[in-house]
Design a protein around this ligand. Structure first.
Ligand code: SF4
Ligand code: SF4
Length: 258
């Protein structure tokens, strides 16, 4: 059987710059004045390919009378699928090319998955204008990424921050036990995520400068609240942006702007 070979070139069409964007901790903090941030919890059942890596990057839980589950907790630019990244210019190019997050540099690869399990990510989604023709560069061969520096940087950052995420999970599961029930429900009926606020992360992770981060998040959240105000299908996002804005206002020590 011939080895699998895949080619890919980004044509900078900007079509993948919509919706949620998982970030490393360093990228999330660096871009707190740009992206509306939240934590997205995704449960993975025992037995699936991504279970061991998810357990390493996140946590494991053993619900009563159920098999163990692994949970990834990703700091995320919490943007609805229909809205563009705030750094996407009208021309479709990235406004922050030189300082864009590792997640964008590693595209189309995804270090939250094993390296050997990346092949399907090279197939552009509907509407994406990625070049996968024979003239595009070879990027994935024998289940190995050819130009791997960004992938390794992003993976290393995720591994380095794993302990912080585990401590956060301990804090949240202690004070918000409903989270464990919702994660089990995700396994029973796949789809949906548990979303928790950046303020809970800043409260649990005492080493960060929450006043500075909250001060940068507040205008971002208020701007996204405004952008989603007239869109009934985004009512949940709107409610979250408003609620988190109040929390950030409190953390930043400012009067709540409504
Ligand atoms: S930061 Fe740039 S590359 Fe990344 S999603 Fe936003 S516009 Fe796209
Ligand atoms: S959809 Fe493909 S071609 Fe367009 S910006 Fe994203 S990676 Fe590049």
């Amino acid at each position: 059987m011939s080895a699998r070979v895949d080619r890919f070139r980004c044509t900078a069409c900007g079509k993948c710059c919509y919706g949620a964007l998982p970030l490393t901790l360093d990228d999330a903090l660096a871009h707190a004045g740009r992206f509306p941030l939240a934590l997205v919890w995704t449960a993975v059942p025992q037995g699936v390919k991504s279970f061991p890596l998810t357990a390493k990057l996140g946590i494991t839980l053993k619900p009563k009378k159920r098999p163990q589950i692994a949970v990834l907790i990703a700091l995320t630019a919490y943007i609805p699928e229909v809205l563009p990244c705030p750094a996407l210019s009208e021309s479709g190019l990235c406004d922050i090319q030189e300082m864009k997050p590792l997640r964008c540099r590693t595209m189309p690869f995804y270090p939250y998955r094993e390296e050997a399990d990346q092949a399907d990510l090279l197939k552009p989604r509907q509407g994406w204008l990625c070049d996968t023709s024979a003239s595009a560069p070879l990027v994935y061969e024998n289940k190995r990424i050819v130009e791997r520096a960004d992938f390794e940087l992003e993976r290393a950052a995720l591994l380095t921050q794993a302990q912080v995420m585990q401590q956060y999970a301990d804090y949240m599961l202690k004070y918000s036990p409903w989270i464990a029930d919702h994660l089990v429900a995700q396994i029973i009926k796949p789809g949906g995520h548990v979303i928790t606020s950046l303020s809970s992360f800043l409260t649990a992770t005492k080493k960060l400068d929450s006043t500075d981060i909250a001060g940068r998040q507040l205008p971002v959240l208020l701007s996204f609240a405004e952008r989603t105000a007239a869109l009934p299908e985004l009512a949940d996002y709107h409610r979250n942006y408003l609620g988190w804005g109040k929390e950030m206002s409190y953390l930043a020590g400012r009067a709540c702007a409504e």
